[in-house]
Design a protein around this ligand. Structure first.
Ligand code: CS2
Length: 464
């Protein structure tokens, strides 16, 4: 038996050796992570005009990804894992990488008239919305950023995404550079309108004169994005080392399936993403709802029930007949509120979730339930309640979230508002936790009674 090479002992993957030359930067991406590297970067790589469109990637917070990609010239290996095997490709569409807080670099791109698009994967939490979808000015990071910008539009340290965009747009206006499209790629229905609302509210709070300029110069697009892409582990570094013979510090493993549906105007052009398979439409909503409810809703259900039953990954959880029947129950209900057919879609989802080569950790998906459940589960619960239908499936997802927080709140659970939701989950009365997700649902005793019943059931049938 030969021993596998230590990946770091191999020659490093570099753009010069294995990639194509860096394209001029015309896209700013905020929140670059594995998902974007498997999705938007792939579409851009496969557009026929890829040589014209480079991406400047800004991380969420840490420098980690910058430090890993920079020495490789920002290229990396994409491992596409089908059940029958892996395929490998070097992706070259990211031309530069920056730390999220690098405002100097961000402004540099915003003032460049050739930069035409800003995309984002900043997660639901990054929008900094309150429960009404308004900019949460009670969030201290938001209020500090707004105060800094009011004081100086060239402020150098901003921690929130809406404020960073305001700063970028201020710089663009000042430089006389014109139109730009903002295209969110986050898992939120109507992400364009949602993003626009918080950014415009931030503008109003900082400098209302900018509002008029943005109305003339900023096109807000909306999109539905999809590709299941787990976090990278050492296994990916080893697979790349063994197969390709190079050391890649930041490979990405993803599934073969991918989808991107985009609605919006691109006054200064866009890559030929449609040639790479993206769908350009004038109504993205039905696709967004289907994806958010069917895929993400069942993901979140599995993310909270799975660990209670000792499962680690989506593939393990969906192979459990009881959990699969719960997912089917959710799909029956959620699917009935879609305006597009869901039959083929759910068959495909089952296949995707079962992919044995994708180890999608349930704790990863369980992150930020306080932000995800309101968009993935709550709308379906409300439709069902309004029609007096069976509400077990959405109530179970929320009950499982509560039990999950009770059980893993002090260990593996992660949430932007962990302290608060953990306290609510442990309070003994489910109403406050449900109200946290949605006030109307919390006030509906049919729903809260069901959640309560399921909390007891899940607590007593699963081992602590
Ligand atoms: C997942 C998503 O982590 C999560 O919340 O539900 O990241 C999901 O894998 C993607 O939306 C798939 O496109």
């Amino acid at each position: 038996m030969t021993t596998a090479p230590d990946p770091t002992s191999l020659p490093r993957l570099t753009r010069a050796e294995h990639g194509r030359s860096a394209a001029p930067i015309r896209i700013i991406h905020l929140g670059i992570g594995n998902f974007t590297r498997a999705h938007q970067a792939w579409y851009t790589e496969h557009a026929s005009d890829a040589a014209q469109w480079g991406i400047a990637g800004f991380t969420g917070r840490s420098r980690r990804m910058v430090d890993k990609l920079d020495p490789q010239g920002n290229v990396y290996t994409l491992i596409t894992s089908a059940p029958e095997g892996d395929s490998f490709e070097v992706i070259s569409s990211i031309s530069s990488m920056h730390e999220g807080g690098d405002m100097e670099a961000l402004r540099k791109y915003f003032v460049d008239p050739n930069v035409s698009i800003v995309t984002s994967t900043v997660t639901e939490a990054g929008y900094k919305r309150d429960t009404h979808g308004n900019l949460n000015v009670h969030d201290t990071d938001v209020s500090e950023d707004l105060a800094k910008l009011r004081n100086d539009v060239n402020a150098s340290e901003l921690s929130t995404v809406p404020a960073r965009i305001v700063a970028g747009l201020e710089a663009r206006r000042a430089a006389g550079a014109d139109a730009i499209t903002i295209l969110p790629c986050d898992n939120l229905a109507g992400n364009g309108a949602a993003f626009r609302r918080v950014v415009e509210q931030a503008i109003e709070a900082v400098d209302p004169t900018l509002l008029e300029w943005t109305r003339d110069n900023v096109a807000w697009a909306t999109s539905m994005v999809d590709r299941i892409t787990p976090a990278t582990t050492d296994a990916e570094l080893r697979t790349v080392a063994e197969t390709k013979g190079w050391y890649d510090a930041a490979p990405v493993r993803t599934e073969p399936f991918l989808e991107w549906v985009i609605q919006g105007d691109f006054p200064k052009g866009r890559p030929a993403w449609d040639e790479a398979g993206a769908v350009i439409t004038d109504d993205v909503e039905p696709y967004e709802q289907r994806k958010l409810w069917m895929l993400n809703g069942s993901h979140s259900t599995l993310a909270y029930v799975g660990p209670l039953f000792g499962h680690e990954s989506v593939a393990e959880a969906i192979a459990d007949p009881k959990l699969q029947s719960w997912v089917n129950e959710w799909w029956d209900l959620a699917g009935s509120y879609l305006s597009v057919s869901s039959d083929d879609y759910r068959a495909k989802l089952l296949e995707r979730f079962s992919n044995p080569r994708i180890h999608h950790h349930l704790f990863q998906i369980a992150t930020d339930g306080s932000q995800k459940l309101p968009v993935r589960i709550v709308p379906v619960a409300k439709h069902a309640l309004a029609e007096g239908r069976e509400i077990t499936a959405p109530a179970r997802a929320i009950a499982a979230w509560i039990v999950f927080l009770r059980r893993f709140g002090d260990t593996q659970a992660k949430d932007v508002n962990l302290d608060e939701v953990k306290k609510l989950a442990n309070s003994g009365d489910v109403t406050s936790a449900v109200s946290y997700l949605d006030k109307d649902l919390g006030a509906n005793t049919v729903f809260t009674n069901k959640v309560n019943e399921l909390v007891h059931e899940l607590s007593s049938t699963t081992a602590a």
